[in-house]
Design a protein around this ligand. Structure first.
Ligand SMILES: [Zn+2]
Length: 381
């Protein structure tokens, strides 16, 4: 398994964490971000980024040092947050499992375990939530990418889906996701949760070197809502509204040195998502809307590019380009990696027919020049 990373597409709290770890500004790129190769997501500051969970500045510094000394991963994991749950080491062992279920997803299966603890809703609702997320992944990729385990860890006294972390290659599982869910979580909170799907999407792409972590977060950020439209869980209007609102967060700011070298929260999550959106549209333009990013990503999974394998980014992009018969991914990566590329989003929304309406709503304009491309992106297939 690899390193540690954190997913937080909805807020800016990563900034604090970033700074706490010494961040990109101090020239620590590549070393601090993922000492151990995991992806961890937190929806807000209450949860995933609290020092007791994933480590503040002090732990960050220690982790860097430990990596340098080649200290065993188990010790680092204990430091990083599983220890308070159980006293045991390693991400796969967070205390005794109270309940086990197996979801059959075509040729794959997903084991869903519940750690001891109370959930007001009962385990059935949470299990259904995991199943819905897994089905979104199946809808987008055509199959579930790996043999996987999800561990639900109830958190006493809290509510909401608090944090998700995903690893590749843990204790015999190709993919492993740990979700911390508050005891008092409501059905509405489950229904509004993006994190479960985001985490499972991480399983469908190979583990990248630190400088290309943006593509891992960008893909999960972009694919999660699209996949949930494909299953009918979300309305297309809702996800285009969110993209119109959030994609500007991914644009380069002053001092940006290209997406491989600017490891800010905005560039990692939304810059990565922007890369995916722009590539998706470009592939569809070149192929008369016959192929899209989805075809590229399915091909990468087919070729074995899943979370339990370490690839470099060009290898994945070449496979993707081959599948669409274009050079969009490689060319766009070459253009974006070392320098700031600003996307004219207003122009893009106009072409796709995404128009702001009243009260923060979005109107989809079916007569727009590239409305077909917009529809193609979310079409069930
Ligand atoms: Zn993530």
């Amino acid at each position: 398994m690899g390193a540690i990373s954190r997913c937080g597409k909805n807020s800016g709290m990563i900034g604090a964490w970033w700074k706490g770890l010494g961040g990109a500004g101090l020239g620590l790129n590549g070393d601090w971000i993922r000492p151990l190769g995991t992806r961890s997501c937190a929806k807000d500051e209450r949860s995933g980024f609290a020092p007791e969970v994933e480590g503040g500045a002090h732990e960050g510094a220690m982790r860097r040092r430990m990596r340098g000394l080649g200290v065993a991963m188990a010790a680092i994991t204990a430091l990083a947050g599983t220890a308070p749950l159980s006293g045991q080491r390693g991400p796969g062992s967070a205390g005794p499992v109270a309940e086990t279920h197996r979801l059959e997803l075509g040729e794959r299966s997903l084991q869903v375990d519940f750690a001891a603890g109370d959930l007001d809703l009962g385990t059935g609702s949470v299990l259904a939530h995991v199943q819905k997320a897994a089905q979104a992944v199946v809808a987008y990729y055509g199959k579930f990418p790996v043999e996987a385990r999800v561990l639900i860890v109830p958190v006493a006294g809290q509510d909401g889906v608090l944090q998700g972390t995903t690893w590749g290659g843990v204790r015999g599982w190709q993919g492993f996701t740990r979700m911390r869910i508050g005891q008092h979580t409501t059905q509405q909170e489950l229904d509004e949760d993006w994190m479960m799907t985001h985490e499972l999407v991480h399983m469908a792409f190979p583990t990248m070197p630190d400088d290309q972590h943006w593509i891992e977060e960008g893909l999960s950020t972009y694919v999660e809502p699209v996949a949930r439209v494909q299953t009918g869980e979300l309305k297309a209007e809702a996800i285009w509204r969110d993209m119109a609102r959030d994609m500007p967060k991914g644009e380069p700011r002053e001092g940006d040195q290209g997406i491989d070298h600017t490891h800010t929260w905005g560039r990692t999550y939304w810059g990565g998502a922007l890369f995916c959106l722009v590539a998706d549209v470009a592939i569809r333009r070149e192929t008369h809307n016959q192929k899209g990013l989805q075809d590229a990503l399915r091909a990468i999974v087919e070729r074995g590019g899943t979370i339990n394998h370490d690839w470099d980014l060009p290898r994945a992009l070449e496979v993707g380009d081959e599948a669409t018969g274009t050079q969009v991914l490689m060319q766009q990566y070459a253009a974006w990696k070392d320098k700031a590329v600003t996307v004219d989003l207003e122009k893009l929304w106009a072409e796709l027919g995404v128009k702001w309406g009243k009260g923060g709503s979005v109107e989809l304009v079916e007569g727009a020049r590239e409305a077909g491309i917009r529809r193609g992106i979310t079409e069930k297939r």
